[in-house]
Ligand binder design. Structure first.
Ligand code: NAP
Length: 244
């Protein structure tokens, strides 16, 4: 039976790498985006030209009407939803005394409420199927905290709490909920980091390098597959062994 995955924030970075991996492995892929319509179209066209089953769907995950529609359209198109990857996220750097309240609210709305919205929209479908895998992308900073990223760290700590609670709630319905907690990964989210920032960070990374989006995608794919059926409520670090 063909499986279907929804990946939020799949127009670039970790989400795009995840979409490519699932498509290459025969999934029907719903590639969600919000602003980057061109990138989403280019990736979708490129995957389709190689025979993969991919559709791009716009939705702002911070808006539940839009996440409900994302789920509804996916069901209409593919008939079932096996995997939801809550990857959409934003960040902003600044001292707590400097950062704008509007930016802070948006971080919570996208990272935490967005993850909640997608889980809430998909839960009835997966409960009805009596199966499903939900994989949330948290962050190492949600585990240990990052100076100058208080709101981002708190939003990701919230994603970890949400994951653990929802795992307990949905386990009786045959649904696994886990999160992947990346270290620093080579995407546009980190384009503000200087070479010196990265060198400083790498002093605490035993593997002595930052990670690549494909390495997060690989863990997400594992958690979506049947080899992870006995794993739920977990936070899996993919961070080069970072000890911060
Ligand atoms: P990225 O390259 O900036 O990509 C972020 C993605 O999120 C984009 O596809 C963007 O889509 C989407 N997005 C943002 N707001 C959205 C919204 N309201 N609704 C739907 N999609 C939205 O970032 P990334 O590094 O790949 O990050 C992916 C996830 O990994 C995030 O949750 C991030 O917090 C987490 N993470 C990243 C790192 C890292 O070092 N890069 C480390 C730990 C955790 P549009 O452009 O179409 O709006």
């Amino acid at each position: 039976m063909e499986k279907t995955v929804i990946i939020t924030g799949a127009s670039k970075g970790i989400g795009a790498a995840t979409a490519i991996l699932f498509a290459q492995n025969g999934y029907n892929v719903v590639l969600n985006y919000n602003n980057s319509v061109e990138s989403a179209k280019i990736l979708t066209t490129s995957l389709r030209s190689r025979g993969h089953s991919v559709v791009a769907m716009k939705a702002d995950v911070s808006n539940r009407l839009e996440t409900d529609l994302l789920i509804k359209e996916t069901l209409y198109k593919f008939g079932r939803i096996d995997v939801l990857v809550n990857n959409a996220g934003i960040s902003a750097v600044g001292l707590i005394n400097d950062i704008d309240d509007i930016d802070v609210k948006r971080i919570f709305d996208v990272n935490l409420l967005g993850t909640y919205n997608c889980c809430k929209s998909v839960a009835p479908v997966m409960v009805n199927q009596k199966s499903g895998k939900i994989i949330n992308i948290a962050s190492m900073w949600g585990e240990v905290g990052s100076s100058c990223e208080v709101a981002y760290s708190a939003s990701k700590a919230g994603v970890i709490g949400l994951t653990k609670a929802l795992a307990k709630e949905l386990a009786p319905s045959g649904i696994n909920v886990n999160c992947v907690s990346p270290g620093i990964i080579d995407t546009t989210m980190n384009s503000n980091l200087t070479a010196r920032d990265i060198d400083n960070f790498l002093e605490n990374v035993p593997l002595l390098r930052i990670g690549y989006p494909e390495e997060i995608a690989g863990m997400v794919y594992y958690l979506a597959g049947e080899n992870s059926d006995y794993i739920t409520g977990q936070v899996i670090g993919v961070n080069g062994g970072a000890v911060i």
